[in-house]
Design a protein around this ligand. Structure first.
Ligand SMILES: N[C@@H]1[C@@H](O)[C@H](O)[C@@H](COP(=O)(O)O)O[C@@H]1O
Length: 242
């Protein structure tokens, strides 16, 4: 695991976008599993701008969502589905057959998990996984205590996640369960990037990078990944022993 610190959110986003661009340039068939949320937002915008400028062909790559709120419609602007569509998929015109997002309104979330698990095996795994980190150290919706040998699964959301998650929604929304790729998907991804910015993430980043690896802090599993980058801005790096 390598830690890369950038002067601000803009520089961090540009560098993360470059990671995505390098991958697509070297392998147009790349498989990307992507988080929603404020951490990667600007990186996706930079990526989409560069793709359009360079006329890079993204029609062959595959995009898989990292997670979704169960019970939330894909049309709700707070859903991960909506976020990825608005900020990445629509601007890039990625063919829908290459896009795999969870349906938050599914009546059979377990079947959604099995479907994506089978699909990932079929296509030979994930090339690049980009994740954020929750205020409780969650990755995707792998809350503290989640075993590391899970692939996609359904999970009860932690109190902190239910509260912090309200920031994505226009109105108070009942958030109880999530559907998420598992920590095993993260460990098996050929490359994993964790992005974080802002001083509010400084403490969790310090524990993620310098603390003991533990299921109580899912983000600490990044230390066990053989090809992982922690990409953060100066503020998020504020509590690291450097
Ligand atoms: N489930 C999502 C994660 O996928 C996201 O990466 C994380 C951090 O979000 P943000 O980047 O908005 O801080 O929390 C959310 O609850």
């Amino acid at each position: 695991m390598e830690v890369l610190v950038f002067k601000d959110y803009e520089a961090l986003s540009a560098a993360a976008a470059n990671q995505m661009l390098d991958l697509i340039r070297s392998d147009p068939y790349a498989v990307l599993c992507l988080a929603s949320g404020s951490s990667p937002l600007r990186a996706y915008q930079c990526f989409a701008d560069a793709v359009q400028k360079e006329q890079l062909d993204c029609s062959k790559c595959t995009i898989i969502a990292l997670d979704e709120w169960l019970g939330v419609s894909p049309e709700d602007s707070g859903s991960c589905h909506y976020f990825l569509s608005e900020n990445l998929l629509n601007p890039l015109n990625i063919p829908t057959r290459n896009v795999h997002l969870f349906d938050g309104l599914t009546t059979d979330p377990e079947a959604e998990c099995e479907k994506i698990n089978r699909f990932i095996t079929q296509i030979g795994g994930i090339d690049l996984m980009i994740v954020g980190v929750g205020m409780n150290g969650h990755i995707g919706f792998n809350e503290p205590g989640t075993p590391t040998d899970n692939y996609a699964h359904v999970i009860d959301l932690d109190e902190i996640t239910r509260t912090v998650g309200q920031k994505y929604f226009d109105k108070p929304t009942l958030l109880q369960k999530g559907i998420t790729m598992g920590l095993r998907n993260l460990l098996e991804a050929k490359k994993a990037i964790l992005m974080a910015n802002g001083s509010k993430k400084a403490e969790i980043i310090q524990k993620t990078v310098e603390g003991k690896v533990s299921t109580e802090l899912p983000s600490s599993i990044m230390q066990n990944h053989t090809n992982a980058l922690i990409m953060i801005d100066e503020e998020a790096a504020g509590k690291l022993n450097r």
